[in-house]
Design a protein around this ligand. Structure first.
Ligand code: SAM
Length: 349
């Protein structure tokens, strides 16, 4: 029998939503780090929609938001955008039913179990795919972070623990790299923090990994973590605006949570920043992939007004710059989990 985990409904409540709630309610209420605390990280961003009598009536994933694209409205009810043709299993032989579903649908990672009245009793999850194995135990992380008081915040821990690769944005980046790139591909994580992406990639078998960040503490913590596992990630302290490595040697350049997503909007317009970067320091090799994230379409709908501390940057604002520098848009992914962002995958042609 495949390795499965069964999450009782009491632990999955954070993933259960009322079909009459609005999209805005749902997005506001997804708590940063709450996924980890509730122990339902393996639910893979899947939300279960119930009616007034707690019967399961649908499911919701980031791709349901994705399909709506520009017609998303904050006042829409969850039940109007949910997936009504969802997979579920019944209480009897639920695990073998779940295995059949997982075998037939590689994209499904979790299925709800319902009782005779159609109410949810638990969720059965695939045990973590080898690709997204959490690289460190909590004890590893605590032992390293104890030496860096400044890193004593939920998000550094949370990213490195279990929800790092379960958030849609992270999965999108990891799955794209795993599906498109050879394990020997040379991969750079710009402004890498403590090196989360490199660790997941190392755990998935990638060997040619590089990361830099301007923050010495983050890089040192990354190096310490790397040592624990014997990962061979090349971490450096460096300024992403003036990187000292040869950017044109990389097959993949990841730029998450850096200038595009954290653009302060105060000085130079973002298209000028992008143009300058791709003209000088970021001469990307032909055929190489670039990942970057923007507070884009969803932020335009003010869904995430309270948390939108950065100005919106639309893909259209940057499209002329991307085209000028020979980038083709390959794919994109909405992430409405802890941040409302859109992650873009570009390829240099
Ligand atoms: C929001 S975090 C994103 C971290 C990581 N990329 C991720 O997606 O989890 C922003 C990171 O950018 C780094 N950073 C900010 N300005 C930088 C610069 N000029 N050069 C290199 N790193 C920078 C910060 O130290 C921080 O680690």
């Amino acid at each position: 029998m495949r390795n499965l985990s069964v999450v009782p409904i009491s632990n999955a409540m954070d993933s259960v939503i009322d079909g009459n709630s609005s999209i805005a309610d749902r997005i506001f209420h997804l708590p940063c780090g709450g996924i980890e605390q509730k122990g339902v990280d393996s639910l893979d961003g899947l939300l279960f929609v119930v009616n007034e009598t707690s019967q399961l009536i649908g499911t919701l994933t980031a791709s349901d938001f994705h399909q709506l694209d520009n017609v998303l409205s904050v006042n829409m009810k969850v039940k109007n955008i949910m997936n009504k043709n969802f997979k579920f299993v019944t209480s009897e032989n639920s695990e073998s039913q779940a295995v059949s579903i997982f075998d037939a649908h590689s994209g499904i990672h979790a299925v709800p179990v319902v009782d005779e009245e159609g109410r949810m009793v638990s969720v059965i999850c695939k045990a973590s795919d080898y690709k997204f194995t959490v690289p460190f135990s909590n004890a590893d992380i605590e032992s390293v972070f104890a030496g860096y008081k400044l890193l004593n915040t939920w998000h550094h821990r949370g990213y490195l623990r279990n929800w790092g690769a379960t958030l849609p944005a992270r999965r999108f980046v990891l799955e794209s790299i795993i599906n498109k790139c050879d394990v020997n591909s040379k991969i750079l994580d710009v402004a890498c923090g403590t090196g989360l992406m490199s660790f997941y990639l190392a755990a998935a078998g990638f060997t040619n990994l590089y990361g830099f960040d301007i923050d010495e503490n983050l890089i040192n913590a990354g190096k310490n973590l790397s040592d624990i596992k014997g990962y061979n990630v090349d971490f450096q302290i460096d300024d992403a605006f003036l990187p000292s490595c040869d950017i044109s040697s990389f097959d993949v350049v990841i730029m998450l949570g850096w200038v595009f997503a954290n653009f302060d909007g105060k000085n130079t317009p973002i298209d000028e920043v992008a143009n300058s970067l791709f003209s000088t320091s970021y001469k990307i090799k032909t055929g190489a992939y670039v990942f970057l994230d923007l507070y884009d379409d969803l932020s335009n709908f003010n869904v995430y007004k309270e948390a939108a501390h950065f100005p919106t940057v639309k893909y259209e604002d940057l499209k002329p710059v991307f085209e000028k520098h020979g980038f083709k848009l390959v794919d994109k992914c909405y992430d409405c989990s802890t941040d409302v962002k859109v992650i873009y995958l570009l390829k240099k042609t």
